[in-house]
Design a protein around this ligand. Structure first.
Ligand SMILES: [Ca+2]
Ligand SMILES: [Ca+2]
Ligand SMILES: [Ca+2]
Ligand SMILES: [Ca+2]
Length: 370
């Protein structure tokens, strides 16, 4: 019996469009099971896909064709009632908040403000502890800001700058200091000093000597079971992409690096990173995957989906979850059919000319049947 066993099917094999981004898993219709949203360019689209758990068939709902969502998007609960809307930016300066109206086949949206033109990373979390979520926006090679939802719905959102110029990308939220949610980036982490999001103090993370590429995916979790949070980071756009676990040290020093996949492993463009318990043993695994879009070519290098898991001796092993010449970008882990096992859904940014879907764009479901 394989430890990790996933069956692939297409969420959407009819692809089309271009520059697929805004990849989000969340329960938008309130049935307790997440849906999958994604959108992008090529005329402008935002879709939400809903899985019927018995037939394992996905239904596509169009949220809007009115604008072009950029790379970043997040589900956000602005009033603390457990129900989510979507927050995203366009390829341009407008930012939007979208909410389902009585089911996921009808949505309303509003422009909530203006901001940086290339919102690559968008994450949500309650950074001031008032029970309502805020949204962190990071422009690639640009600013890091917080958008706060209005007290009265429909009003403009308030934006506060945390840093004005950070190289590259890769952003997540995690309680590293134990006082509220801190902001973790590839350029160091920002401590939420008072736990209310008003004062942020920068701390180092990656040692300079490692020469980590500036484009990354980043996530935090206790991946080794020592009771402390580690930070996991990938190189997301380059060949010979690495993946490392960073272990906390003294507060003002770079973290200790444990490289799990080095250049010699010869993987490419890890633009997906999720920490999830994929085999249900109570320990987190590290999920990542390679991109298409010319980062692999589908001929001499075929993109794979991977997970890294510790074996019984505590050593990390790499497991290939999918090897069908189908790459992925910003794939997400969630239990999409509600059977208690964490599944994976991802989409391409842009298809390789040669891929496992006749050169077309695609959205993929890896159903956890292990
Ligand atoms: Ca749902
Ligand atoms: Ca809040
Ligand atoms: Ca596990
Ligand atoms: Ca499942």
């Amino acid at each position: 019996m394989k430890r990790f066993w996933f069956e692939h099917s297409f969420v959407d094999a009819e692809g089309g469009y271009d520059a697929w981004g805004a990849s989000v898993a969340a329960d938008f219709d309130g049935d307790g099971i997440p849906e999958y949203a994604t959108g992008g360019r090529g005329g402008g689209f935002f879709h939400v896909y809903d899985l019927e758990p018995q037939s394992l068939q996905w239904t596509r709902h169009v949220i809007t064709h009115d604008f072009n969502p950029c790379v970043g998007a997040a589900a956000v609960d602005v009033d603390g009632n457990g129900c989510c809307g979507l927050f995203c930016g366009e390829w341009g300066e407008r930012y939007f908040y979208l909410v389902p109206k009585g089911g996921i086949d009808r949505w309303e949206y509003q422009e909530v403000g203006r901001g940086p033109r290339y919102p690559h990373d968008i994450v949500s979390g309650d950074i001031d502890g008032d029970g309502r979520e805020e949204v962190i926006v990071r422009e690639k090679d640009g600013v890091l800001l917080v958008f706060r939802p209005p007290v009265k719905s429909g009003g403009p959102w308030n934006a506060l700058e945390i840093a004005n110029s950070l190289a590259g990308d890769g952003t997540c939220l995690a309680p590293l200091s134990g006082k509220g949610l801190d902001i973790v980036t590839n350029q160091g982490w920002f401590r939420n000093v008072k736990g209310d999001g008003t004062v942020w103090k920068w701390h180092p993370l990656i040692p300079k000597g490692l020469q980590w590429d500036r484009e990354t995916r980043i996530a935090a979790g206790d991946v080794d079971g020592d009771g402390r949070l580690e930070v996991v980071i990938t190189e997301s756009e380059i060949e010979q992409a690495r993946l490392a676990v960073l272990h906390p040290t003294a507060a003002n020093r770079a973290w200790e690096v444990e490289v799990l996949l080095d250049k010699a492993a010869d993987f490419k463009a890890f633009h997906s990173l999720q920490l999830a318990d994929l085999d249900g043993d109570g320990n987190l695994e590290i999920f990542t995957g390679e991109m298409e879009n010319g980062k692999t070519d589908g001929v001499t290098s075929r993109p794979r989906w991977l997970c890294l898991a510790r074996n019984k001796s505590g050593n990390w092993e790499t497991h290939v979850l999918l090897d069908k010449n189908l790459g992925t970008h910003c794939a997400v882990a969630a239990d999409f059919d509600g059977d208690g096992r964490i599944d994976l859904v991802g989409k391409v940014w842009r298809a390789n000319k040669v891929n496992g879907n006749s050169g077309r764009n695609h959205v993929d479901f890896l159903h956890n049947v292990g």
